[in-house]
Ligand binder design. Structure first.
Ligand SMILES: C[S@@+](CC[C@H](N)C(=O)[O-])C[C@H]1O[C@@H](n2cnc3c(N)ncnc32)[C@H](O)[C@@H]1O
Length: 350
């Protein structure tokens, strides 16, 4: 059974969406500001999953008599297409687009977008289904093991088994440190044990290798115990399998600047430090320079005679919210909300 409580709004067995109220507040603010010259026309849910956030948008739009506004749910996982299309079949203004958000083009969407949500990471459905291989509870009491897969989009690209069995030791070490936040010495021990245990094909073989070199629990810090270590190692390998940071970088560099209209709003929910760092840097420092989007460092920005900032190119985003946390009440009801950070920015007008 999923570990969340169904006490949160729009939760389903597939997934319990996070920070619905805070995200709807942003949509309401934008809808209230929109005019006949710049009407609200298109919302994109970049990570549709089970359709919880999309349903919240559609319910809001119906209540406001804004049924002409389209909601496009994007996801790279075909389970999402099946689930969300079925769940939202009574909303004719909902459409699903099966694609990696890092590869979206304006043609996929039919016009400029006013409001964007990205709820990064994996859904509870993906973790709960042992056959997907995301789950590290394989040899915990009651847990079920599965193939070492972890691919969000079916059979495309490398699986977790390919990475665990074929990557050089140094590359595995970098994955555990960069994407799992594992300390260097602990990561070295775990990687050496993984290499000794090759070949592995199932999740319980990987959890057993981690357990062999990790204390079951630690007096000094819970992060050193086996359960938290397994969570970090599985997360790190999942991020590498799905090239999650590559997709996020492409989203900010190639996709959002060309699909979000000026004055449009982008909300991103992050759950781990490396993805949060990418979103933070993009909102703070992305500039359009010679037709390309890149980070402009503070040292590249000077001041004119009047004290105004002058730097190369034009800034892309105006930050509205610098990483809000969920309410205490939501954190109590939904464990996943504990690590959520909501960053919001507006596409700058020219
Ligand atoms: C946290 S869940 C979203 C849950 C959703 N907000 C809901 O209410 O059910 C993240 C979803 O994003 C999808 N996803 C992750 N990275 C993606 C990417 N690069 N492109 C498209 N979908 C992605 C996953 O397949 C997963 O379904």
């Amino acid at each position: 059974m999923p570990s969340y409580s169904s006490a949160t709004p729009f939760a389903s067995v597939y997934h319990a969406p996070v920070m619905i109220d805070e995200i709807l507040d942003q949509l309401d603010r934008l809808a209230t500001k929109s005019t006949s010259a710049a009407p609200l026309a298109r919302i994109i849910d970049l990570t549709c999953g089970g359709g919880g956030h999309s349903e919240a948008f559609l319910t809001y739009l119906r209540a406001q008599n804004l049924n002409h506004v389209e909601v496009i749910g994007v996801d790279r996982d075909s389970d999402s297409k099946e689930e969300a299309s079925q769940r939202l079949k009574d909303f004719p203004n909902f459409h699903h687009c099966l694609k990696n958000f890092g590869d979206l083009t304006p043609d996929d969407l039919g016009g400029p977008v006013d409001f964007v949500l990205g709820d990064l990471g994996v859904s509870s459905h993906q973790i709960d289904d042992p056959s997907r291989g995301f789950r590290y509870g394989g040899n915990v009491k009651g847990g079920v093991a599965g193939p070492l897969d972890m691919r969000m989009d079916g059979n495309n690209g490398l699986s977790a088994a390919d990475i665990v069995n074929d990557y050089p030791e140094e590359a595995l070490l970098k994955i555990l440190v960069d994407h799992g936040g594992e300390k260097y010495m602990s990561a070295k021990r775990i990687v050496a044990e993984i290499v000794r245990s090759r070949p592995m094909t199932r999740t319980d073989e990987l959890t057993a290798a981690i357990e062999r070199v990790t204390p079951k629990w630690s007096k000094s810090s819970p992060r050193k115990g086996a359960l938290k270590t397994k969570a970090r190692v599985f997360q790190a390998i999942r991020v590498a399998v799905n090239d999650e940071m590559g997709s996020l970088n492409r989203l900010f560099e190639n996709v959002l600047p060309s699909i979000v209209r000026e004055g449009g709003v982008c909300c991103i929910l992050t759950y781990q430090s490396d993805e949060d760092a990418i979103v933070k840097a993009a909102f703070k420092s992305h500039h359009e320079v010679d037709g390309k989007i890149r980070v402009v460092k503070d040292r590249e920005i000077g001041r004119d005679l009047y004290g105004n900032k002058v730097g190369p190119g034009k800034k892309v985003w105006d930050i509205l919210n610098k990483g809000k946390k969920a309410s205490e009440d939501e954190m109590k009801k939904n464990n996943r909300a504990r690590s959520a950070r909501l960053r919001v920015a507006e596409r700058i007008l020219s």
